[in-house]
Design a protein around this ligand. Structure first.
Ligand code: FES
Ligand code: FE2
Length: 436
């Protein structure tokens, strides 16, 4: 489903109230500037890449990641804004599964979008009785909670088929003003969704604006682009979002693991560089502000991408992020700025498409929130979640790898793949143990 954007206030755990919706572009990792890469201490995967002069022919180093073209099952994914899931069913595709979404008496439900009778999509049906959904063809009627066939309308009340058919149901939760669906691996119970959300969102009240965008390209290319160290300084140099702010030419980056996240830490930033025999290259322009770090020659900050920030929001400062860009499973990007945090969720539709979900969060309260809404609607959604992110969507669509020949900044990519591989392996082992 193609979803629009929204803006709203969110309490710590539950729903928000979308105040505005509209379509626009989403952001990317904004990444910027700064995030460096590692000079030493490269992973085994990297050494392997570097040994082969012609690069990497496949992703066999990360077999689970390689196999996850249609997404990692065993996680929660946002699939629609809450206000888009109504009493009229709608269909989405998630990890290749066709899913019908419908709301009944305030609760959102998700069912496999295929009637077992003749394979017609249930998302084309309607609610004939409370707590049920009926197929549009012959009126087979399913209980929304467990998918049991409770009536076959065109075979009368005593139809013997009742109780002998059912459709699969999916666990559903609502967070950040969105409907989230858990895609099981083997019929297991889901982990609590809050264990998968960025910790600071489960613990603090905030306001947010966001956008959902159905995009071409594999979800892994989108996630890799979001966490990619190298591209922002070059691809986004022309974006309007960065019109008045210079970005470095290159960085020295280190990847710092912490908890279930890995962080890109900018160790050094180089605002200009001399390329022997070629000349000088710089992202600086006379009309762009010199970032504070460039002026002071100080070490880059872990908040924001262009150096030291004068004032950092106390909630953001309290997180003590080791680096300004971080990523966690199953494809959640967090970019911490001095006054807000930007998140991206890369939702696998199937092997060829993904749902881009960009969310800008501000931890203000009271009248100050009005300023956030004004900023979000005034320019953030157009410049950042719009044109800037559109540059990423363009690259994700045309990326074609493997094969690939990686360079130093791509430690961001290999580290993310390593994290995904490790976490998913642990998840599989835990599920097998439960079964066993
Ligand atoms: S196909 Fe669904 S009721 Fe016949
Ligand atoms: Fe980007």
């Amino acid at each position: 489903m193609n979803a629009p954007s929204g803006v709203g206030r969110v309490s710590a755990r539950a729903g928000w109230h979308p105040a505005v919706a509209g379509s626009l572009g989403g952001p990317c990792s904004l990444g910027p500037p700064g995030v460096p890469h590692q000079h030493r201490g490269v992973t085994g995967a990297d050494s392997q890449t570097q040994r082969g002069a012609r690069g990497r022919r496949d992703w066999s180093t990360w077999p689970h990641y390689d196999a996850a073209a249609a997404g990692f099952r065993g996680y929660w994914y946002p699939v629609a804004w809450s206000n888009q899931v109504t009493g009229k069913p709608t269909g989405v595709t998630l990890c290749g599964d066709k899913i019908a979404l419908v709301r009944d008496q305030g609760t959102a439900y998700a069912l496999h979008d295929r009637c077992p009778h003749r394979g017609v999509p249930l998302s084309l049906g309607r609610r004939e009785f409370p707590g049920t959904l009926s197929c549009p063809y012959h009126g087979w009627t399913y209980d929304l909670t467990d998918g049991e066939l409770v009536a076959a309308i065109t075979d009368g009340p005593q139809s013997p088929i009742c109780g002998k058919a059912r459709v699969a149901t999916y666990p559903v939760a609502e967070r950040l003003g969105m409907v989230w669906v858990y895609v099981p691996i083997a019929g297991e119970d889901p982990h609590p969704i809050d264990e998968q959300l960025p910790e600071e969102l489960a613990e603090n009240p905030f306001v947010m604006g966001g956008r959902m965008d159905d995009r071409a390209g594999n979800w892994r290319f989108a996630c890799e682009n979001g966490y990619d160290e190298g591209h922002a300084k070059y691809l986004h140099r022309t974006s309007l979002w960065r019109l008045f702010k210079a970005m470095p030419t290159w960085n020295v980056t280190r990847i710092v693991p912490e908890g279930r996240w890995i962080y890109r830490k900018q160790e050094e930033q180089f605002w200009e560089a001399d390329f022997p025999g070629l000349g000088r290259w710089s992202n600086k322009r006379w009309w762009k502000l010199d970032p504070p770090a460039a002026k002071a020659g100080s070490r880059p900050s872990n908040i924001g991408n262009t150096g030291a920030a004068a004032k950092v929001d106390p909630v953001i400062a309290a997180q003590n992020f080791p680096g300004f860009a971080s990523v966690s499973m199953p494809g959640v990007l967090r970019i911490a700025y001095p006054k807000f945090i930007h998140y991206e969720f890369y939702v696998p539709v199937d092997a060829d498409r993904h749902l881009y979900v960009g969310v800008m969060v501000n931890f203000l309260r009271g009248p100050a929130t009005l300023k956030f809404y004004a900023k979000y609607l005034g320019w953030i959604r157009w410049l950042f979640h719009g044109q800037f992110s559109g540059q990423d969507a363009w690259m994700v669509d045309v990326t074609d790898a493997p094969p690939e020949q990686l360079y130093r900044p791509d430690v961001s990519l290999t580290s993310w793949r390593g994290l995904a591989e490790k976490e998913f392996k642990a998840k599989l082992a835990a599920i097998r143990k439960e079964d066993g």
